[in-house]
Design a protein around this ligand. Structure first.
Ligand code: ADP
Length: 329
């Protein structure tokens, strides 16, 4: 039986911008595959190439063994990133409207229940909260009970409770055998939902694997974060690698240091050191590497490679095309 998706060397250029530069992936039936990567990496373009809404310039894609434009539309559900249904239809009416596009659609009330919106079924779309609106949109991609569901940033803009409803919904669909491809900037979402994760950078899949595999290969070591105003030099005699936290970890790097590659049983050594050197601290927290570390490591490496290519002026890619894609998440 053919895989749900096989894409080989997909290329897509918009004017001078290279959106896909040879993207390859395959997704098995029943898998949940999360595409992650910086803004501008090509995630939406890849989803569009796989759903037949954009024509790649090179490479090939097959969905259930057929071209994306030839595959039976009843088998595919798509939630585009930008999707604004008419505001003056109720949630129920909207789902009924989308259901009407298919010969054999699910009952709209079942879909409303699946996305947790039974109570809001009669409310105009424009009067729903942002999270409820996104859940109606997710529901609209489910009306045809698809075998393969593409969700481009399904939970962006949804509050934590709404996000969990969508997560549970995706888990239920996956348990029922639906193949799901989703894009996300939320690493917790990818880690929780995905059987496999693909990291897209500069139009290529630079790593693919289960979250555990990716963390093992690229996540680095466990760490102890110390909230302290002390300088890095104050830790010179600790006997561990100590550095400032990465910029994207949501704290001021000047107010924390990170001790690398340290097991929980060794934390006492650090506490003794802090006390012996009268170094003040407000908090100690130990953590294992996670998908966010993988993301930061690989996205940084891709960014450095891109800069090197630009500075070197080689790599077979027109320099002018690369200046357009440098936005990072
Ligand atoms: P992502 O979804 O990872 O943020 P996109 O696939 O949206 O990335 O975009 C990849 C690159 O292609 C970006 O530089 C974007 O500006 C460009 N791009 C995408 N779609 C178009 C389009 N229709 N016209 C021109 N440029 C586009």
């Amino acid at each position: 039986m053919a895989a749900a998706i096989v894409a080989t060397d997909l290329e897509k250029t918009y004017g001078e911008t290279v959106a896909l530069a040879g993207a390859s992936l395959s997704v098995e039936r029943g898998e949940v595959f999360a595409l992650i990567g910086p803004n501008g990496a090509g995630k939406t373009t890849l989803v569009r190439a796989l759903t037949g809404t954009t024509d790649p310039d090179g490479g090939s894609a097959q969905i259930f063994g057929e071209s994306p434009t030839a595959v039976d539309r009843d088998r595919i559900g798509v939630l585009p990133q930008e999707f604004s249904p008419p505001g003056r239809l109720s949630a129920r009416e909207l789902l009924a409207y989308y259901a009407g596009l298919y010969d054999d659609a699910r009952d709209s009330d079942d879909v409303l229940a699946a996305v947790g919106l039974v109570d809001a079924g009669g409310t105009w779309y424009r009067d729903l909260s942002g999270g409820q609106q996104r859940r109606v949109c997710v529901g609209s991609a489910l009306v045809n009970d698809p075998d393969l569901l593409f969700l481009d940033e399904p939970t962006t803009g949804i509050d934590p409770a709404g996000r969990r409803t969508v997560w549970r919904l995706i888990e239920e669909l996956a348990d029922g055998g639906t193949t799901v491809v989703l894009t996300t900037h939320d690493m917790a979402e990818a880690e929780r939902l995905a059987d496999r994760v693909g990291l897209l950078a500069d139009g290529r899949l630079v790593a693919q694997g289960s979250p555990e595999e990716l963390v093992r290969e690229h996540g680095g070591s466990s760490r102890l974060t110390i909230e302290t105003a002390a300088s890095l030099e104050a830790f010179a005699d600790l006997g561990y690698l100590v550095e400032r936290p990465e910029r994207d970890r949501g704290r001021n790097p000047e107010n924390a240091v990170v001790v690398r590659d340290i097991e929980p049983v060794e934390i006492g050594v650090v506490v003794d050191y802090l006390e012996a050197h009268t170094l003040e601290y407000t908090e100690l927290s130990w953590s294992e590497p996670d998908l966010e570390d993988v993301y930061l490591t690989l996205a940084d490496a891709a960014e450095r490679e891109r800069t090197d290519r630009l500075e070197g002026g080689d790599g077979g890619v027109d320099e002018g095309t690369l200046t357009q894609t440098g936005e990072t998440a």
